[in-house]
Design a protein around this ligand. Sequence first.
Ligand code: ATP
Ligand code: MG
Ligand code: ZN
Length: 327
Amino acid sequence: MNKEIAFQIMREYEKKQDDVIREIKRKTQEVYSKIPLIEKIDAELSKISLYFIKNSFYHPDKSQEYIVQLKKKINTLKEKKIHMLTANGYPPDYLEPKYQCQDCKDTGFVDGKKCHCYKRRLIEICYEKSNLKEVLKTHNFNNFRLDFYSEDVDPEQGMSPRQNMQQILERSRKFIQSFGENDGYSFLFYGRSGLGKTFLSYCIAKELLDRGYVVLYLTSTDLFDILREFKLSDDDYTDEHIQMIFDSDLLILDDLGTEPLTGFTLQELFNVINKRLIHGKRMIVSTNLTLDEITSYYPERIYSRLLGNFKLFYFFGEDIRLKKRDI
Ligand SMILES: Nc1ncnc2c1ncn2[C@@H]1O[C@H](COP(=O)(O)OP(=O)(O)OP(=O)(O)O)[C@@H](O)[C@H]1O
Ligand SMILES: [Mg+2]
Ligand SMILES: [Zn+2]
């Protein structure tokens, strides 16, 4: 992503802060006109607060007792104000700022780091731009069809594609339910084309997005395009999209194995998988490659992670794309 999006988000935060301030001003005027005493309390409060700040700033050695007394006075006035408000039928926090995000107070940052609401907004914008929102309207668990998977037992697998998919579905539900837990694990979906790997990844993405998690969906080609562009650009602006590759709660990496295998892609793939594993960030990786192909195409440091740290799910059965065409 680019500067444009970062600016858009910052403008949104400024607007939110502005709205909060205007709303408080409006409410304050309303309260003053109904309860003039509160205006007097407020005037007194700002006078004492100023004293308090001046004294603690310019005379830090001034008797602690005096400071404590000022504090006490401030608290008493605040209590009185709340009492007046509630006595007149207002909620006690009527004049408190109502931020949409209490954590960053609608600034987008907490301790210099991006707040969760910033990250969420960023991904929303990415979705709007990538049309994933449209895809998820149809690709979700409501439209998941088990009847595309045959009930005939596959002798090689010792179960039917339907039984297999039921198990995968069960594990996917657990994956979603336990998503916030620390000992997160990742999924590797592998199998031939048209068996629903991408579809199921979308279903899981939708559930997690609805629960407020940040999910990034990228095909392997997208991933390397982004990383390549980042590497080649001389713009040292921290690229938001790059950050999402490492920071998103879930990274869906689709069609692994369609990228060219070069020193660059192998190094970057290792980097992404390794960093996410170290930080306990989950992934769903899908591929048409067999396990044998994975071990022969990728160096050990990549395949040992994919096969050792991911839960593997083999998709088998008949191509759903062909089945859908028959209907
Ligand atoms: N469980 C399902 N219910 C309904 N439709 C499905 C289901 N699974 C897959 N489909 C549909 O079948 C088609 C193929 O599915 P999908 O693209 O997920 O396969 P894939 O395993 O990712 O294939 P590839 O390896 O080629 O990427 C898509 O049109 C998808 O919408
Ligand atoms: Mg797919
Ligand atoms: Zn926030």
